[in-house]
Ligand binder design. Structure first.
Ligand SMILES: NC(=O)c1ccc[n+]([C@@H]2O[C@H](COP(=O)([O-])OP(=O)(O)OC[C@H]3O[C@@H](n4cnc5c(N)ncnc54)[C@H](O)[C@@H]3O)[C@@H](O)[C@H]2O)c1
Ligand SMILES: [Zn+2]
Ligand SMILES: [Zn+2]
Length: 361
């Protein structure tokens, strides 16, 4: 039996999103039907709407979600009806060449639901990042539904499914930030602030937040930034060096997705330091760096995909850290909104007024 619910779709490139009826099938083998409780509005949803990800319109948007399992299909044993879950856009297969190499965070055959969710006429929808959670119900591969301890606010918990995981993991998993380190974070949106929160959790000594918006820099302090730099008024590379005895930081994290900030992060590192690119560039962006600087500075230049996470390991841990009072997830939620307000939330995001607007059902 298919369920008809309201969902938010992007029908054509650049057009405002629409709230419309969508059909969600009952779960088949290996699938889970999830009742969405909350779903954050992420920049990537806007990228989908603008056609910047691919052309597979219509998209069912929404991918930073928490909910409860409604029902499961045959062969599902990782979750059961009633479980509180966070949806992940990577569900490692366990058998691809990366998984068998012991690196499931790079899984090349990540699972999604096999059956399509559709418009009432039967036209299949492309769910954003294989999730599609701006809807009362969504169908995912069971492995995408990650059981976490109950009790956390769903609006905050859902953000672990994308922005928080991406930023926190970029610092801790990809960048390897550890006790006593110095860290610089370029771009203090939800992702950058999660990198700051992760650096604090890992015991970093100096955490430098860089943005071009003073409001963002104030918020960054709440997550653990020890110093802030407004790159609109100050050269951030010089300022980072001045704050680190002329040396630069151990780990520089780019969370904008821009060649200029990547270059700044590259040069703001100490010798043998690590630069991590977590911001997503557009396909037309290029960089030019003297090769002698790449060689002479040593260290590592890394990209971070989804914070190099293992959702089943990391999502429950973050909820527990939150419940212990060591990771403030609620602070990422700027406002809660209804499913009718997503277009306005995109505009607030573009104006820099929010870290995250979160749809609550
Ligand atoms: N790698 C991944 O797995 C992954 C996952 C999710 C998001 N992302 C990407 O991370 C990036 C950040 O996402 P977000 O949700 O935090 O976005 P956001 O738009 O909320 O934040 C970006 C921040 O960068 C700041 N900024 C812009 N230009 C700057 C400059 N020149 N110098 C310093 N700061 C500048 C903005 O003021 C803003 O605060 C995006 O590119 C997003 O697509 C990556
Ligand atoms: Zn795999
Ligand atoms: Zn996202």
């Amino acid at each position: 039996m298919a369920h008809q619910v309201k969902g938010v779709i992007a029908e054509t490139r650049g057009a405002p999103v629409q709230l419309t009826d969508i059909n969600i099938p009952d779960p088949g083998p290996g699938e889970a039907l999830v009742r969405v409780l909350a779903c954050g509005v992420c920049h990537t949803d806007l990228h989908y709407r603008e056609g910047a990800i691919n052309d597979d319109f219509p998209f069912l948007l929404g991918h930073e979600a928490a909910g409860t399992v409604e029902s499961v299909g045959p062969g599902v044993d990782n979750v059961a009806p009633g479980d509180f879950v966070i949806l992940a856009w990577r569900a490692p297969c366990g058998s691809c060449r990366s998984c068998v190499r012991g690196r499931p965070w790079y899984c090349f055959d990540s699972r999604n639901a096999a059956q399509p969710m559709t418009l009432p006429g039967g036209r299949p929808l492309s769910p954003a990042l294989g999730i599609g959670a701006f809807a009362e119900l969504t169908l995912v591969a069971a492995g995408q539904a990650v059981k976490v301890p109950p009790g956390a606010n769903p609006a905050a918990a859902g953000l672990i499914g994308c922005g928080i995981m991406a930023g926190l993991g970029a610092a801790v998993n990809t960048g390897g930030v550890t006790r006593g380190d110095s860290v610089a974070v370029f771009g203090c949106g939800g992702v950058g602030d999660a990198a700051i929160a992760g650096s604090r959790l890992a015991g970093a000594h100096t955490i430098i937040a860089i943005d071009i918006d003073d409001r963002k820099l104030e918020w960054a302090k709440d997550f653990g930034a020890t110093h802030t730099i407004n790159a609109r008024h100050t050269d951030p590379v010089d300022a980072v060096r001045n704050l680190t005895n002329g040396n630069g930081v151990n780990v520089a994290i780019e969370a904008v997705g821009n060649p200029l900030t990547f270059e700044q992060a590259f040069y703001a590192r100490d010798h043998a330091g690590t630069v991590v690119l977590v911001g997503v560039p557009s396909p037309d962006m290029t960089i030019q760096l003297p090769l002698i600087e790449v060689f002479g500075r040593g260290g590592a230049v890394k990209s971070s995909w989804y914070g190099d996470c293992l959702p089943t390991r990391d999502f429950p841990m973050f909820i527990e850290l939150h419940q212990q009072g060591r990771l403030d997830l609620d602070r990422f939620v700027s406002e809660t909104i209804t499913i009718n307000d997503i277009e306005q939330a995109f505009h607030k995001m573009e104006r820099g007024e929010v870290l995250r607007s979160v749809v609550v059902f």
